[in-house]
Design a protein around this ligand. Structure first.
Ligand code: BGC
Length: 757
């Protein structure tokens, strides 16, 4: 009988044969093209320029192609790639005419090689008017909901492609272990496993439909590697990272994203142990290409080749900088605002200092991506893609995901007899104050209709501020606003005004934290919440009215001084287009919060350690004879987050007490909602290696699962680990599992077991 299985096998074989034939045909085309290209054309393909090099700002404040500029860039400098937006966010039609004009010009060249346009769509589509913006990654990590982050990436892919763009500089795989860093909000927090899980899902969501399909974009793993760990906390400054730590905490997520098929990678602008990553043959060749097996496109970050000369000072001239970066393994230079890269690389190849074979390799990679993206078939915005733009369900997803990020850190009762402060009831009279209450920037953060996200006038009319969301929910009569436009507007910090406005209300909701910023302009010298905000919080507390603190911020600003006076604290991160509604839904109990901290929230500026710290970090000798073990004392711990329900664990069990190499470790635990409200709960499984030949981490998150439970309902959650989960990277940079005792912890329950090879 000709079985179904045989049929499937046959069609799979046929598919593979066809795919191989297509690959071979593409490879032949690439070879032919390269053989017919001049050195200038090849260098041009490796050149990426800013859109402002081909455009001017038109009457509506958007980028409009300037014919002479475009001709120069395409015909003289033969540029292969353009990036970025300029001015106001453009609508789909405006993007369509910009991209079409650029492609028209590219197709008028001898070889008709289309332009590869790249953009930063970081939490939704940043630069297209009418797009939906989702919570930043730091909040998504708090949700521990992989389904949501995958869906967000899918919508981002569709709305980017609808804008005529097929290359997205996302996802960010940098790990948030340095809370001062101004791009902390773009990270998935401090844990490598969460970063890996979320990033891999996003890479797949971006690419899995097939790059030539109107629902996909090429993803970019960034920023390879160690960008997020600047020693002094400032953006693009040196990091000191041991090789052991690099392999343990910084590289696994890149490896996982390479394995998931990400097409491109962007390099860290800074240096590790004194070596700029753009100049590191070791990291780009030995590690990324050889060990990790990455075959896709390596692009620099902004201006990073010339900065080997101007900032890093490892190249005496810009020409030498080009030589170093190309020798190290860069395929494409995000130049992006001057032409010296083109001139120098052309000269270096003509003089034989860089071989033509070397640049052929990069050009082949670039052309291959253009073929895969279907640009050679049709480089213009696709009608099918445009049809996917701006759907109502994206707004629903924005609300659902913003709600899922909400992390309740405190919820006191007013007296022993009373219930918790939150949720509020609709008849309560509330005063809304603070710089985050009447501004959209703090809800969105970076990459929000502008690079910095701080241009209030660029946000769509339909996006609600916190004050508007309160009014919409409970009616203007119940809401008093003492909040003003402009984050730095001094009126927001008028303590007397606040006290007066609070006279007739039951509660004060204070929205503090940070205004929007991106990259280096967000540099910080002190993690403590700004003084004027601290004063405002103290004044609010002095009114005697219960104060509910809502924190809108991209990184954990220190609140130790005011925390005791706040009756409830909700961390909302950067919740995006529907963030205000999500906050209000949470405060009034329409949504039961389930977010958990994806980082250790520091209590002091000078005392920060990650949850997985080395055990020795716990040791504190504060006087001559006394040693304590409480060296890790965050304000709130990694994984912490309250709910309006209560969850209790029981029956934690393992399938064995001793495991050997090929065994599966099956863990089972029961969880019950013992509260009176339905809720979701993130079950987090931690593992500790009790003793190892090199100091083990205190504990590591190994699995998580989000469960929904009605009041009184129980569920059994099962996890499966392999013995690879017991491994660590040793000083010889080998991943090893050692015999010995381990501990599993879920909630307040623990179980020990042994491993023996
Ligand atoms: C950022 C990158 C971004 C690039 C292009 C740089 O300043 O570091 O993350 O992709 O600009 O906009």
């Amino acid at each position: 009988m000709f079985t179904k299985l045989k049929l499937i096998t046959l069609s799979l074989c046929l598919f593979t044969v066809q795919a191989l034939a297509a690959d071979k045909a593409t490879e032949d085309k690439i070879k032919k093209l390269i053989a017919s290209m001049s050195i200038e054309e090849k260098v041009g393909q490796m050149t990426q320029l800013d859109v402002r090099e081909v455009s001017v700002t038109g009457p509506e404040g958007v980028a409009v192609v300037k014919a002479e500029k475009l001709k120069k860039i395409i015909h003289k400098y033969k540029a292969g790639s353009i990036l970025n937006a300029a001015g106001q966010p453009m609508n789909i039609e405006q993007w369509g005419s910009l991209i079409s004009a650029i492609q028209d010009e590219a197709l008028s060249t001898e070889h008709q090689i289309p332009i590869l346009y790249g953009i930063d769509s970081i939490h939704g589509v940043t630069y297209t008017a009418g797009s939906t913006l989702f919570p930043h990654n730091i909040g998504l990590a708090a949700s521990l909901d992989l389904e949501l982050s995958n869906q967000i990436a899918k919508v981002t892919a569709m709305e980017t492609r609808a804008s005529g763009i097929r290359w997205n500089f996302d996802p960010v795989l940098d790990i948030g272990r340095q809370p001062l860093w101004s791009r902390f909000e773009e990270t998935f927090g401090e844990d490598p496993y969460i970063v890996e899980q979320m990033a891999v899902g996003m890479v797949k969501a971006y690419e899995q439909d097939g790059l030539d399909k109107p629902t996909a974009v090429a993803s970019t793993m960034k920023h390879f590697v160690g960008y997020s760990a600047p020693d002094n906390g400032k953006d693009r400054t040196p990091a000191t990272i041991s090789d052991k730590d690099l392999w343990e905490y910084y590289l696994p997520q890149f490896q996982a994203a390479v394995d998931a098929g990400s097409s491109t990678i962007m390099i860290n602008s800074a240096s590790i142990n004194g070596v700029p990553v753009h100049a590191s043959k070791h990291l780009l060749q030995d590690v990324l290409r050889d060990k990790m097996g990455f075959k896709g496109l390596i692009v620099t970050d902004w201006e990073d080749i010339i900065r080997l000369h101007t900032r890093h000072r490892i190249a005496a001239t810009p020409r030498e900088a080009v030589k170093i970066a190309i020798d190290a393994g860069i395929d494409m230079s995000m130049v992006p605002n001057e032409m010296s890269f083109f001139e120098h690389l052309t000269d270096l190849v003509k003089s034989g200092e860089i071989s033509e074979q070397r640049i052929n390799e990069s050009v082949a990679i670039i052309l291959r991506l253009k073929f895969e993206l279907g640009l050679f078939d049709n480089p213009y915005p696709e009608q099918e893609a445009i049809a996917n733009f701006g759907k109502k369900q994206y707004q629903d997803l924005a609300l659902e995901s913003a709600r899922a990020t909400m992390t309740l850190l405190k919820n006191e009762t007013l007296s022993k007899a009373s219930a918790s402060i939150l949720p509020l009831t609709k008849n309560d009279k509330v005063l809304i104050a603070g710089p985050g209450a009447n501004n959209l920037g703090p809800l969105h953060g970076s990459w929000s209709y502008s690079w910095q996200g701080s241009n209030e006038e660029r946000y769509p009319e339909s996006t609600l501020t916190l004050v508007e969301a309160f009014q919409a929910e409970v009616g203007a009569d119940n809401v008093t606003s003492f909040a003003f436009t402009g984050y730095d507007n001094l009126a927001n910090y008028d303590t007397d005004g606040l006290a007066k406005a609070a006279e007739n209300v039951d509660y004060i909701v204070l929205a503090l934290g940070e205004g929007a910023y991106a990259e280096s302009p967000g540099a910080l010298d002190d993690l403590t919440l700004d003084k004027n905000q601290i004063e405002l919080a103290k004044a609010a507390a002095l009114t005697g009215k219960p104060v509910i603190l809502v924190l809108l911020q991209g990184r954990p600003r220190i609140v130790k001084e005011i925390e005791p006076a706040m009756k409830a604290i909700l961390l909302a991160y950067r919740p995006g287009s529907k963030g205000a509604e999500a906050i209000v839904d949470t405060l009034y109990g329409k949504h039961n919060p389930s977010g958990v901290l994806p980082f250790s929230y520091p209590q002091f500026t000078g005392d920060h350690s990650t949850y997985d710290r080395n055990f020795l970090t716990n040791v504190q000798q504060l006087n001559v004879s006394g040693v304590s073990f409480n060296g890790h004392k965050p304000q709130w711990k990694f994984g912490f987050g309250l709910s309006y329900s209560n969850f209790t664990y029981s029956k934690l069990s393992l399938n064995k007490s001793t495991y050997s190499a090929d065994d599966k470790i099956s863990v089972s635990v029961q969880i019950k909602n013992t509260g009176d409200k339905a809720g979701e709960h993130a079950v987090q499984l931690f593992l500790s290696d009790l003793y190892a030949s090199e100091s083990p981490d205190f504990k590591r998150l190994k699995r998580f699962s989000k469960v929904k439970l009605k009041p009184g309902q129980s569920k059994t959650v099962k996890f499966e680990l392999t013995t690879k989960d017991l491994s660590f990277v040793n000083s010889a940079l080998e991943r090893v599992v050692e015999d010995g005792e381990f501990k599993i912890a879920v909630g307040d329950l623990t179980k020990n077991f042994n491993y023996k090879k």
